[in-house]
Design a protein around this ligand. Structure first.
Ligand code: GLU
Length: 568
């Protein structure tokens, strides 16, 4: 049944073979802003990007340096063992997106995450080991982006990350907490155990200095030889070998899977919310379509007049999410395998009609997908926090919004070359069929799992860039971004305050209120409006943004994170 969605494997694009060749120095561009800026989830990574801007690098160069530094200092979240999405806005307003999503090995089958009894595997069983690892995409993405928009030499982008890995970096409280909470992946591999745990298996304390010479060597090799050293060299073979050795059944990763990986340019997905043009990442990410649906369905309501303290505003936000996620769950998947009706899903007429289903004084009895012409897709797993978002704006006006991930904390637990390998394949549906129909996001060889990552650019009514934003946090990502945009556009909040707004997450019939937030006080009012299931929970929230104000940049990081915005 899955075959009817199989549109054919895209032929892998050749990796940029000249990735290690220094880019020619470009003529200095006129400056649009007084400074360049980077906002990332870790100050050391933001500083790595800012250092590259100071050296004359473009926003693309700085974003790559930030991604590499995050591999070192935030090993639980993202890195070269995982994938990501890059959304770039040029100074000329041209928007471009690159898909560096991880890919299932060619031999993967739709039953990959089913047990011998035909039932879906428990989530952690699926995560740990080789079954969950997709071919990493971040370095191919970086090479492609650099070939098109890099100003500094490829090797220069690696210098800050190599320094951090070789000379050491201080483990943060958050890093320590992840090691302590997640030893099943953090210490799964002997290399991870030796790096981050003491002889008794106890996680290193916050404040400990960590050196990662294996990662420094890996980065030096890729800096010198280009991304091909990762995909077509001994490292690729080591990754395939380690992953295959820990994959229990068939469907093992091969060196050919890694050698054939290609980052893909995808069409940006754009829509207009109250005269602001919002652009982001399309399939295989559900990011942009979901953010646009949540927002545009709310256009008939005067969110500005309601304001951030109104229970009705948060009720409308919850209802809009229910409708948006119903469509997301059904339709969004890898567009090379499944026809994803992107334009239909973000059509303003369609979304306004969906918005008219929302009532300010009661809840919808059922939030169903709006176009039921494709197979039913599944629900989604628990939100995890193995991701990092960062944004860069350079003085010349180039903006990059990049989300990088290894999926859950410490990914699959398997390490190669000093970094953790992702568990991104658990973003596929574990269930291949539902009600006799193939699930759009089912596993298939060479396919990319659906993502929620939503790197976003926002242009004001005058067409000028006003905001670069994105988040980590699994399926909560589109909600975090939509909430920041409502705060910024409707409630006119400074970007730092918009990121500090609480989150209410309502992808189905349960409303989850961010624990400890002021939304807890609204629970009785929300219950009166008909929300039957309301729970409080700690949500994995981590948003980063840069707002533009004339020639000035205003960077912000989620106050719940250790993130920071740093000027050039
Ligand atoms: N793997 C997730 C996705 O691509 C992101 C995980 C996270 O943010 O923690 O949607």
């Amino acid at each position: 049944m899955l075959q009817r969605f199989l549109l054919g494997l895209a032929a892998p694009l050749a990796l940029s073979a000249c990735a290690s060749v220094p880019a020619p120095p470009s003529a200095s561009s006129p400056s649009l802003y007084d400074t360049g800026m980077v906002s990332a989830a870790d100050p050391r990574a933001a500083e790595a990007g800012a250092e590259i801007l100071r050296k004359g690098g473009s926003a693309t160069d700085a974003a790559i340096a930030t991604m590499l530094a995050l591999t070192v200092v935030e090993p639980q979240s993202s890195g070269i063992g995982g994938g990501g999405f890059y959304v770039r806005g040029g100074a000329d307003g041209a928007i471009e997106t690159i898909d560096g999503r991880e890919t299932a090995p060619a031999a993967a089958t739709p039953r990959r995450f089913l047990g011998a009894d035909g039932k879906p595997l428990p989530f952690r069983t699926a995560v740990i080991g080789g079954r969950s690892v997709g071919v990493p995409g971040n370095l191919a993405l970086a090479a492609k982006a650099h070939a098109e928009h890099g100003k500094l030499a490829w090797a220069a982008l690696f210098a800050p990350a190599i320094r951090l890995a070789r000379d050491g970096w201080v483990l943060s409280q958050r890093g320590h907490d992840f090691l302590q909470r997640q030893p099943d992946t953090g210490a799964h591999d002997a290399a991870g155990k030796a790096l981050f745990y003491d002889a008794a298996g106890v996680a290193l304390p916050a404040g400990a200095r960590v050196r990662n010479p294996a990662l420094a060597r890996t980065l030096e090799t890729i800096a010198r030889q280009g991304a091909g050293a990762f995909y077509q060299g001994p490292l690729g073979r080591e990754i395939a070998g380690k992953v295959a050795a820990e994959t229990p059944d068939d469907g093992r990763m091969s060196a050919a899977d890694i050698a054939g990986y290609a980052a893909k340019e995808r069409p940006p997905v754009c829509g207009v919310y109250r005269a602001y043009r919002i652009c982001g990442m399309g399939p295989p990410s559900s990011g942009a379509t979901t953010v646009l649906a949540i927002l545009i369905q709310l256009e008939p309501f005067d969110m500005a007049a309601l304001g951030p303290d109104s229970p009705v505003a948060w009720h409308l936000f919850a209802e809009s999410q229910r409708l948006a996620y119903a469509d997301r769950d059904l339709y969004l998947a890898d567009p090379d395998f499944v026809p994803v009706p992107v334009q239909s899903l973000i059509d303003p007429e369609y979304l306004h009609a969906r918005g008219r289903l929302i009532a300010p004084d009661r809840t919808l009895p059922q939030a169903l997908p709006g176009r039921r012409d494709l197979a039913r897709a599944p629900g989604f797993g628990p939100p995890e926090n193995g991701t990092s978002h960062f944004v860069v704006v350079d003085r010349a006006g180039e903006a990059v919004s990049y989300t990088s991930t290894i999926e859950s904390a410490f990914g699959s637990g398997i390490m190669a070359g000093g970094f953790y390998l992702n568990n991104e394949l658990t973003d596929f549906s574990f269930v291949p069929e539902q009600n006799g129909a193939a699930v759009a996001n089912g596993v298939w060889g060479g396919k990319r799992p659906r993502s929620s990552m939503a790197p976003t650019l926002v242009y004001g009514p005058d067409g000028k860039l006003v905001l670069v934003v994105g988040a980590a946090g699994g399926a909560t990502i589109p909600v975090q971004v939509a909430r920041a945009l409502i705060g910024f556009i409707d409630w006119r909040l400074p970007i730092a305050d918009a990121l500090a707004l609480p989150v209410l997450y309502s992808p189905g019939d349960t409303v989850t209120i961010e624990q400890g937030s002021k939304l807890e006080a609204l629970i009785p009012a929300l219950a009166k409006l008909g929300h039957a299931a309301i729970r409080k929970a700690e949500l994995p929230l981590k948003t980063n943004a840069i707002a533009v104000k004339g020639r000035a940049l205003d960077g912000a990081a989620d106050p719940r994170s250790e993130g920071r915005a740093i000027s050039q």
